[in-house]
Structures are given as C-alpha cells and as structure tokens.
Design a protein around this ligand. Structure first.
Ligand SMILES: [Zn+2]
Length: 137
C-alpha cells in the first residue's frame, strides 16, 4: 500500500488550490467567501498532515479533545465498512448522531429529533420518550 499521508497531503493541497482559485474567480461575493472558507480549512488540514509527516506527531496546540480521539478511534475500528458508512460515522462525530438529536415534543417542525423524518399531519413530535425508537425505525 502506498504511504497514505503523502497521498492525503497532495489531495488537501489540490482541494485548497481548487477553492482558492474558485474564490478568486467567483462572480458572487457569497460564493467567493464560501470558497475562501473551504480553502482555509483545507490549508489548515494540509499543514497538520505536513507536520505529521515531518515529526510523526501533531504540533503543540493541535491536540484534540478525548471525545474527538474516541470518534476517530470508532472510525478506525470500522475501516471494513463501506466508504459511505465511514462518511456517516464522521458526520455523526461532527454534527451529532441521530440518536443524539433528542425529540423535544410539541411542534415537529421545531424538533431536532423530528428534523428530516417528515412526520404525518398534524406534525406533532412524539416526544422525548420516542427518541430511541424513532432513531432505529
Ligand atoms: Zn421530535
């Protein structure tokens, strides 16, 4: 297997350069700002990876919280799953797993647990007790 870190470094530089170019050439100001954000994020990631290649560790000040290390470990423990499932696991770590989006009760349109579930009329959230059932349903 090819050493993955140099491959990743090249990928991050390519993504950052793409977004920097798009930021400079976007006609719409809002779109340009969005591309600038992506370019900056990929730039930071490229710096992390270059530091990692250079020293085998992250630089002081780049350490992460234990819960983020645990999330990374969960991804590493499940490398056999398909790429979409890996992407979902990473999304859950970043945005919160569906089971973490608790039902609030009341109007389903205002409930994070009901978000995306499209409950039937009259759009009433089943309430906090239904969180586990609907998360697996
Ligand atoms: Zn709900």
């Amino acid at each position: 297997m090819t050493d993955p870190l140099p491959v990743l470094l090249a990928r991050l530089i390519a993504d950052s350069r793409h977004h920097a170019y798009a930021a400079a050439h976007s006609k719409a100001e809002e779109l340009a700002r969005a591309h600038e954000g992506f370019a900056a994020g990929f730039h930071t990631a490229a710096v992390y990876v270059a530091d990692l290649i250079a020293s085998g560790r992250v630089r002081a000040g780049q350490q992460v919280r234990a819960e983020d290390e645990a999330a990374a470990q969960r991804v590493l423990d499940n490398l056999h799953v398909d790429p979409a499932e890996r992407a979902n696991a990473i999304s859950d770590a970043i945005y919160g797993a569906p089971t973490e989006r608790k039902h609030a009760g009341g109007n389903a349109e205002d409930c994070p647990g009901c978000d995306g579930t499209n409950p039937p009329y009259p759009f009433i959230c089943p309430g906090p007790d239904e969180a586990t059932r609907s998360a697996h349903g």
